[in-house]
Design a protein around this ligand. Sequence first.
Ligand code: TXA
Ligand code: MG
Length: 372
Amino acid sequence: MSRPAPYSPTRIRVNPRNKRRRIARHGSTGPAEMKTNVVTIDPVFPDPAAIAGAAEVLRAGGLVAFPTETVYGLGADGLNPAAIARVFHAKGRPPHNPLILHVADTASARELASAWPATADRLAAAFWPGPLTLVVPRAATVPDLVTGGGATIALRRPAHSVAAALIASVGRPIAAPSANRSTRLSPTRAEHVLADLDGRIEMILDAGPTPGGLESTVLDVTTMPPAILRPGLVTATRIESVIGPLRHHDASSEAAPSLPRRSPGLDARHYAPRAALECFDGDAAAHVARLRGGGAKIGWLRFGPIPQMPGLDALSVSMPMTATDYAARLYAVLHDLDRAGVERIVVEWPPATEEWRAVRDRLARASAAPPS
Ligand code: TXA
Ligand code: MG
């Protein structure tokens, strides 16, 4: 494969509004910001010309946000260190937090791994394309920047038609973290991406809301038995039905900075709205009424139907009672409440069962105290 042409700044049109904003915020001009091109695309039958245009931007070292079946990803050529560096910069992501490489098929995944355990084959056969990320030993061809200098690489074959078409068109793995500023909520709509990354990336492929709504399950298959590093849309029960019992991974140890990190994305405060988020056991109606009585603008994620009571408004949301529907809505609701300017969001805990694990994990992280 030939090396991609270096990224050419002459292709960037500066949006003066963004530049002024940047100067106001950071007190320095830094590199000029760019115009972010939003391209609407059909989620099921993506227009080949639009895909080819996005692939060209990626091959030239540019950044393209695109939908996957989980959340929008911020894509870059996964084998181009300069493009990867731009991903970290655009997100404000610490360099030690490694990226997932998105691949077209299992054969491409194997090329990026120095060893491919039998469990990886069985899991890929069962869950790919889909929202399962496999952590395996890395091949020497994977840039250090992608892995945060670590010995492993996270790989996933996404199911979304736009993501699949884009990877096929680029002909290389695409590195793609969620397309949000670091520690903030993942985007499930193009408008969420734009709110965080306007002026920092070349293009957004807008295919409407992403169906899954929560990030993929991250599974470490470098150990026997494997361990879930991040719960997601593929549950432990389903994984165990394919490869047998998993090892329990204590995610709480990830927050302790003195310990070596298995998965830096598991830092306690993550996936957080701007408003303080508080999780509440049981019916929060009286609690919310008390807070609102004091004049505060309070969002409320009710688990199930909203009871009839005075003072109810658009800031009270009746959340679905199945885990997949809840997951699909959660980030969009939190984004909406943030935009509405609420001070605090009260969330009633969904049940503590396996199918709710990923939702509860994200709620716990969103409610964790910010790092001091
Ligand atoms: O659903 C998803 O996974 C989305 C879409 C865009 O594919 N991507 C995503 O990427 O959520 P990101 O970068 O926001 O989260 C990746 C997670 C982080 O927690 C990161 O620390 C972990 O995966 N990770 C990446 N590489 C790893 C590795 N080699 N070992 C352990 N954890 C890794
Ligand atoms: Mg993320």
